[in-house]
Design a protein. Structure first.
Length: 337
């Protein structure tokens, strides 16, 4: 049942929905009992129909520097586990990295979540709840969630309807009223749903995992690339840039001796030069049990220098939360580890 259906069933006027949105998504109430705008009777009715929390906190870790926090949640309905991260940047941004699945079917070889396989999709409420959890905490410090990135567990384009529904909660002026430009969907590059996103006129930002400059190498790092070729991916990327005139981010995890050599950087230049893109180089974050290694600093600098000489806009990402396994590619619930 939706909130709208609940109100209709209880013969309530339409302004009740506005009151509900205000309390949940702007005032960030923490329990139905705090929703005193409504009568006790109506509050009790909504509490019977809707669990206030779709997720329960199992563990909450903070990095030594205090700039990153990771929360292990359990789904109220079936106790499956997922993780969410917040990064508190020095410039004041508070970025929540949300999960959209429990596990992930994509199986990228460098990613801890990939080892879990697909367990289930999260609902739009469960995705929104991860952000609301941190929004309620930040409110107490007079701060806000400034950015949301779908870079946690799961592939957003394989749970697209729920992801788009959660984005409606984040961006609707009567709900969280965030600008779409503050929301990033990160994808391993699945071509069909990317085209759907293009048709839907998605207003947020896109980050596409490239990780290799050739089809062969990409397939060896990302099994999904077998059915989503680099050439098809670049064709849809060009279409998206043409339609929206908006910069796309490419993610490139640097894996020692696998994709971090000068020849890889030169091929990468050929692939992306002249496109309206920004390349994020991500030094690999080690995962226990994986044999992959982080590129040496000198190698990263040499790789970056090739891109600089070709004037390809790029940055080398500074990892946050490595000490609590909260950095890119490190999320996997304790049970799996
Ligand atoms: S990197 Fe993303 S898409 Fe790849 S396995 Fe991990 S969670 Fe899935």
């Amino acid at each position: 049942m939706t909130f709208e259906e609940f109100l209709k069933k209880n013969n309530q006027p339409s302004f009740r929905l506005k009151q509900l949105n205000l309390a949940l998504y702007k005032q960030y109430i923490e329990d139905w009992s705090e929703f005193t705008t409504w009568s006790k009777e109506l509050r009790e009715k909504i509490a019977q129909e809707f669990d206030f929390n779709t997720l329960k906190v199992i563990n909450h870790q903070k990095s030594k520097k205090g700039d990153t926090e990771k929360v292990l949640f359990s789904r109220t309905k079936n106790k499956q586990l997922l993780e969410t991260v917040i990064m508190k940047h020095k410039d004041g941004r508070n970025t929540v990295c949300v999960s959209c699945m429990v596990g992930c079917p994509v199986g990228c070889t460098f990613c801890a979540t990939g080892t879990m396989g697909f367990i289930s999709n999260l609902t739009s409420e469960e995705i929104a709840e991860q952000v609301l959890f941190f929004a309620r905490k930040l409110k107490k410090e007079d701060k806000k969630v400034s950015n949301i990135v779908f870079m946690g567990m799961g592939e957003p384009l394989l749970n697209l309807d729920n992801v788009l529904e959660s984005i409606e909660i984040f961006t609707n002026p009567e709900k969280m009223a965030m600008s779409p430009s503050r929301i990033t969907i990160s994808t391993s590059g699945i071509v069909k749903p990317l085209e759907k996103l293009l048709e839907n006129d998605f207003k947020g930002r896109l980050a596409i995992s490239l990780h290799a400059p050739t089809q062969e190498l990409r397939e060896s790092i990302m099994p999904i690339a077998k059915n989503n070729s680099l050439s098809e991916l670049m064709t849809v990327v060009d279409k998206i840039i043409d339609n929206n005139n908006k910069r796309i981010s490419f993610e490139y995890v640097l894996l020692k001796n696998i994709n971090d050599k000068q020849r890889h950087a030169e091929k990468l230049v050929k692939l992306v030069k002249g496109k309206l893109i920004h390349l994020n180089l991500i030094p690999y974050n080690p995962v226990p049990g994986f044999t992959l290694q982080t590129s040496d600093r000198n190698q990263i600098d040499r790789f970056s220098a090739v891109l600089s000489r070709a004037r390809v806009p790029h940055t080398v990402r500074v990892s946050m939360g490595k000490d609590i396994d909260a950095a890119c590619g490190q999320l996997a619930t304790k049970k799996t580890k």
